[in-house]
Ligand binder design. Structure first.
Ligand code: 3HC
Length: 622
């Protein structure tokens, strides 16, 4: 049995190091090991306090998500959470102060473990959160009961229904953390040891479950819960946000044990839901997408210190903003001074809304604007690590530009094209440096759309693919490596979606009916209301449908039900996906699911079209 927790006594304080790489997830045996170490520390007369810390780069990223895939019955779910509740309770009952020392992330069950400790100290760049809702779950190990007791119900609602992690300074200000420290993991350990000795000297033990001050205003808590429920109404496929609100409401109204019992019931409902299964599928699909044939984990990557973007149109400007948002300085080049001036204005305006909604200060906007250098020349291109071409879709223009880039940039500089139309191999040949050339297909607006299709040419070097994957993550986006096919995967899938909608129209469904059926299914907009998204040329698809004639599948025009509409469209998507896989443009069905969810808003709670179709087939076969 691996040693999931190491025990070490330093000058009267037991340091318990949780060790389950890569992210110290709470899998089988981990909590047992932690609890045994806590008991050992409590029993040891030479120990006055305990510090729990994660090995490696993080505290604890939560329960092992693989466990949820294996659950098939409600009883199993209830048993699993009962075990976690009981173990956390015993840690909380420890008679010596227990301090969680957090670096990296304390997420889900990781934060729940930290809240079962008596105090929490964190590195100032650490993040804490309850992201379970993103997996269709609620916190199942006391998080909905302890979190509002520390930070109040309003912030707990934000965290449990939104799922976004909170930075350490904010967590300190709201009461989740007791102290934050500068520096690395060693500094954190030193500070945690000192903090532990202080608490031991004062004989203080503060149990979260006994705290009540933040829950005193019941009416305000009830109002906050009602407001959240009202705001959630339109998104019905994922039941987890509703369950989270109910559980937090219970934390405000009921004693800790009764609230905990309700949390476990609600967790069991969620973990067996279709939405949770779908979201867990996407979680792992996203991690799988980072594993690319022929590109091993240890492939060397280039550090991108400076970038250039060619073309000061909407796309080029959006890409430049994406880079500076990630702190990477960028040269924005265009032949037209006027276009550059216009786009710089557009970028500045796009930042104004962030100032207005309070997410950026005017000073931060100035700092970011200063990272963009507009230019009409290639002079400084030998100083950049990547050039992204975002010019008009004209092969002649692009090949000539790639020939210039081959000379103007230094060896090793990545040459990326945003084209969805042309084969990157042609651009690679023109550059004279095929190993450096790759496609980075963005969606508009580039700085908000989460997906980048990474197009691997025949000659693209593995280190260029690996660098692209790392860069995309740094840009805060999701990258999926695809092979060349006309329009690439996202637009091709979206085209099949629109095409099937037109076929349905010709068979008697109305545009309104089709749009309504698909928005009810969870698409952000129906195919007739979404004509101008994700670069797709809907007019061209309409023309194609007309040119080839409508091959009616029904003999006659007639009534089409909403279920049929959803069935037909999702089947069309899955069938197009099967072609994409057969042609080798995508490697895995999961890659297509990610592309459709992040590229054009296929509802995540349905898992993507390939997952959805597979599951529908299984259900029908049953
Ligand atoms: N369980 C199992 N595996 C996990 C995991 C988890 N909770 N979190 C991450 N991993 C695995 C990933 O699958 C990946 O494995 P691989 O290398 O074999 O593909 C590896 O850890 C590294 O993950 P990332 O590539 O995502 O690494 P990053 O450094 O980019 O991100 C992270 C790290 C921020 C921790 C991110 O992995 C993350 O957000 N993880 C999920 C956190 C989460 O959702 N926690 C809640 C779980 S549910 C829960 O706790 C229920 C409880 O209330 C009972």
């Amino acid at each position: 049995m691996p040693a999931f927790a190491q025990y070490d006594v330093r000058d009267g304080v037991a340091v318990i190091t949780i060790d389950n790489p890569p992210v110290n997830a709470i899998g089988p045996g981990v909590l047992e090991a932690i609890e045994e170490s806590v008991e050992r520390g409590v029993a040891d007369p030479g120990v006055r306090a305990l510090v729990l810390i994660g090995a490696g780069a993080t505290f604890v990223a939560g329960a092992d998500i693989n466990i949820f895939r294996a659950l098939t019955t409600r009883e199993q779910a209830l048993e699993g959470t009962a075990m976690m509740h009981a173990r956390f309770r015993r840690i909380e009952d420890a008679s010596k102060p227990a301090i969680a020392a957090i670096h990296g992330h304390a997420l889900g069950g990781g934060l729940e473990l930290a809240m079962a400790c008596h105090y929490r100290i964190a590195a100032n760049d650490a993040r804490v959160g309850q992201p379970e809702v993103l997996l269709g779950l609620i916190p199942g190990a006391g998080g909905t009961q302890r979190l509002p007791r520390l930070c109040g119900p309003v912030m707990a609602l934000d965290m449990c229904t939104g799922g976004q992690p909170v930075a350490a300074p904010k967590a300190l200000a709201s009461g989740i953390l007791d102290r934050i420290v500068d520096g690395n993991r060693q500094n954190l350990i030193d500070a945690a040891l000192a903090f532990a000795r202080e608490r031991a000297a004062g004989g203080e033990i503060r149990r979260t479950r006994d705290r009540a001050d933040k829950l005193a205003d019941i009416d305000a808590a009830r109002r906050a819960c009602d407001e959240r429920r009202a705001a959630l109404e339109p998104i019905a496929q994922n039941p987890a946000p509703y369950a989270a609100i109910n559980a937090i409401e219970a934390a405000c109204m009921l004693p800790f044990d009764a609230g905990s019992a309700l949390e476990r019931e609600l967790f069991a409902d969620c973990v067996l839901s279709d939405a949770s299964r779908a979201l867990v599928h996407l979680f792992f699909a996203e991690r799988e997408a980072a594993k690319v044939a022929g590109v091993s984990r240890d492939t060397p990557t280039l550090d991108i210190g400076r970038a250039a973007v060619l073309g000061a149109g909407r796309l080029g400007g959006g890409i430049a903003r994406t880079y500076v948002d990630a702190g990477i300085p960028v040269l924005l080049k265009d032949v037209s001074q006027a276009a550059l001036a216009r786009e710089m204005q557009t970028i500045r305006r796009s930042y104004q809304s962030s100032v207005l909604n309070g997410t950026l200060t005017p000073e931060a906007v100035e700092r970011r604007m200063a990272l963009i250098t507009p230019t009409t020349a290639l002079d400084e291109f030998d100083t950049v690590d990547i050039v992204t071409e975002a010019l008009v879709e004209d092969l002649k223009v692009k090949t000539s530009v790639f020939a210039d880039l081959g000379c103007a940039t230094r060896a090793g500089c990545l040459l990326a094209s945003t084209t969805a139309t042309f084969d990157v191999d042609e651009l690679a040949r023109a550059s004279g440096r095929p190993a450096s050339v790759i496609g980075h297909h963005y969606f508009r607006p580039a700085y908000t759309m989460p997906l980048i299709e990474i197009v691997r040419g025949r000659g693209t070097g593995p280190e260029v693919v690996a660098t692209s994957l790392k860069l995309v993550k740094r840009l805060g986006k999701v990258g999926v490596v695809v092979g060349h096919c006309v329009d690439l995967v996202a637009n091709r899938m979206l085209a099949s979606y629109v095409r099937e909608a037109y076929l349905l129209l010709d068979e008697g469904a109305s545009a309104r009916q089709i749009d309504r059926a698909l928005t009810r299914f969870g698409m952000p907009a129906g195919p007739f209301a979404m004509e101008d998204v994700a670069d797709i040329d809907v007019a061209r698809i309409r023309q194609q449908v007309r040119q080839h004639g409508v091959k009616r599948r029904a003999a006659t025009r007639g009534a089409v039900t909403e279920d049929e509409i959803v069935g037909r469209i999702t089947t069309a998507l899955a069938s197009e996906g099967a072609h994409v896989l057969k042609e080798g443009c995508a490697s895995r069905p999961g890659d297509i699911d990610i592309i459709c969810c992040y590229g054009f808003g296929f509802p995540r709670a349905r898992g993507g079209p390939m997952y959805y179709a597979h599951n529908q087939r299984l259900t029908t076969d049953d």
